[in-house]
Design a binder for this molecule. Structure first.
Ligand SMILES: [Zn+2]
Length: 289
């Protein structure tokens, strides 16, 4: 996939409150490995910034808060990532921190419980493609149970795209809206956030929203007009109460505000725009609940 040399905005639009609910904050050595992978197998990363610089970059441009995400590739890695993101949130109150676990690793349930109770994290991120776990894999049950009991969301890359042949497993074999349905049928009180609007099964995830009132979709990379697949044109208007603005920053091949400009240009009512840009995020990730 190519880099887009599109111009970037200097600031969020006047008067808009914006939370980016999908920002990757990793220790430098992990980020460097992820960028090397993306450069070889995904797309060129435009913003190779340290975690501290990412927080400052978005704050300077008027993004009022960010949801920081980590994910573990190997057993034994989650605890230190969770401590890392908790430390960032201590230094920067604008960071809403989410932790991770590798489903099935020893002490999966205890790692999630500590993420909430010791580190005060706002949610858990699961990446089905990287972690080679299906959304309805029983190894996720303790993760879902702990999150539901703590009233915390699980952000789970459970859609089939963006996929890559370079993953250790086949995202199209693992992931589907049907698998998410099975997981939510087993865990009806769980709040799930599925990134990328569920790409590329946009219609099937749209239907799931009707059946599972706690399911949310984040917009990450799908409003950038970058991939060959695109969500239905009226989705933002019809589903403003169930969508969350997120970008995948810094791991993107185009301007930081490309999707933000798309949302602002979509002629949404002020209520719908605010819901997508920050209100839904606060509702889902608020740690006071
Ligand atoms: Zn992401």
């Amino acid at each position: 996939m190519p880099a887009l040399n599109d111009p970037e905005g200097a600031h969020v639009p006047d008067g808009a409150r914006v939370i980016d609910a999908h920002v990757h904050l990793f220790p430098d050595r992990v980020a460097t490995a992820i960028w090397a992978w993306f450069d070889a197998h995904g797309w060129p990363i435009r913003y190779k910034l340290s975690a501290d610089t990412i927080v400052q970059f978005l704050a300077t441009r008027g993004v009022s808060q960010i949801v920081g995400l980590v994910y573990a590739h190997k057993p034994g890695m989650a605890e230190s990532l969770n401590a890392f993101i908790a430390g960032l949130a201590d230094r920067y109150p604008s960071v809403i921190p989410c932790g991770t676990v590798l489903p099935g690793e020893p002490d999966t349930r205890a790692i999630v419980a500590r993420a909430f109770n010791r580190y005060g994290l706002a949610g858990i991120k699961i990446h089905c493609h990287v972690q080679c776990v299906a959304p309805d894999d029983p190894r996720l049950d303790p993760v879902y149970e702990e999150a539901a009991a703590a009233l915390r969301p699980v952000v789970i890359h459970a859609g089939r795209e963006p996929a890559s042949d370079a993953y250790r497993c086949d995202p199209h074999a693992l992931c589907s809206a049907a698998a998410v349905r099975r997981a939510l049928e087993r865990h009806p009180s769980l709040t799930l956030v599925v990134p990328h609007l569920g790409a590329d099964e946009f219609d099937a995830f749209d239907t799931l929203l009707d059946d599972f009132p706690r399911l949310m979709l984040d917009t990450t990379m799908m409003l950038a007009n970058y991939f060959p697949v695109a969500p239905p044109a009226d989705l933002l208007h019809r589903r403003a109460d169930r969508l969350i603005y997120g970008t995948d920053f810094p791991n993107i091949p185009y301007a930081w505000d490309r999707e933000l400009r798309h949302i602002v240009a979509a002629n949404l009512s002020p209520d719908a725009r605010d819901a997508i840009l920050y209100k839904n995020t606060l509702r889902v990730f608020s740690r006071s609940s």
